[in-house]
Design a protein around this ligand. Sequence first.
Ligand code: AMP
Length: 307
Amino acid sequence: MSLISVGSMAFDAIETPFGKVDQIVGGANVYIAYAAGNFITPVQMISIVGYDFPKEEMEELKSRGAQLEGVEIVPDKKSFFWSGRYHLDMNTRDTLVTDLNVLADFNPVVPNSYQDAEFLMLGNLAPSTQLSVINQMKKRPMLIVIDTMNFWMDIALDDLKAVLKKVDVLMVNDSEARQLSGEFSLVKAAKKIMEMGPAFLVVKKGEHGALLFHKDHVFFAPALPLEEVFDPTGAGDTFAGGFIGYLAKTKDISFENMKTAIIVGSALASFCVEKFGPNRLKEITKADIDERISEFVRLVNFDIDLV
Ligand code: AMP
């Protein structure tokens, strides 16, 4: 059983109300791999980096279960660079710089050794790039999860609609769900989006948790109220990695099991925000994760007598 994860590997510069880093490793796929590697190995990564991406980070990823055969290293170009500044609420941010560098020429190739993967996580990238990975799979994976953002809805809506027809789970935030569907009510938005292809929809609401939709069912998971939120960068990707990693570990893609996967994803994301970049994800152990999941159970469990 294995999992393919596709997405950016990057350098980020991040400014939050609590601090600033000028250059830290980031990129959606780095967060996905660190999170998913807690549940399933190998995490078969597909990405592209430049000459400047740190070898130590590659080694760290490998030591946490990542396979890097699908990561192309371009010897004469720089890695993707992204810079963002968070507002005081930490839920909203401005993108200051996006230097595509190697990502401008990214034509992902699925290595032969990845062809048996049963789970496919498509991190936020151009929808045509995401589609090319699906089309290269000789056997359709059991579950395809896709993340996207408003940027692609603005500039590549037709491509996005084409890829949505081929996936099982879409992950977006609440404003993106509204933009994609043209509906304010998230229940109506979910119905419209599920008619576009994915049988499941996850709507992320930052510090307010996440919703899972499937047919007429809906499940809500809160985010853990945290004392320290240092840097939310990558929380969505970490959530996605925890979600699909848990599903791949349990090999169960039912709605019931996805409820647990949402809690697992939320637990992983709660670690991510505690330090800059993916640093906290490199420290956590299985015991830390178990304890955090128990905190979730205590948060939402209550006995009530019907009135
Ligand atoms: P998130 O906070 O979950 O939205 O993910 C942030 C990560 O996404 C950062 O580490 C960035 O390097 C990466 N990122 C930002 N913009 C893009 C983009 N246009 N394409 C691919 N990756 C991106």
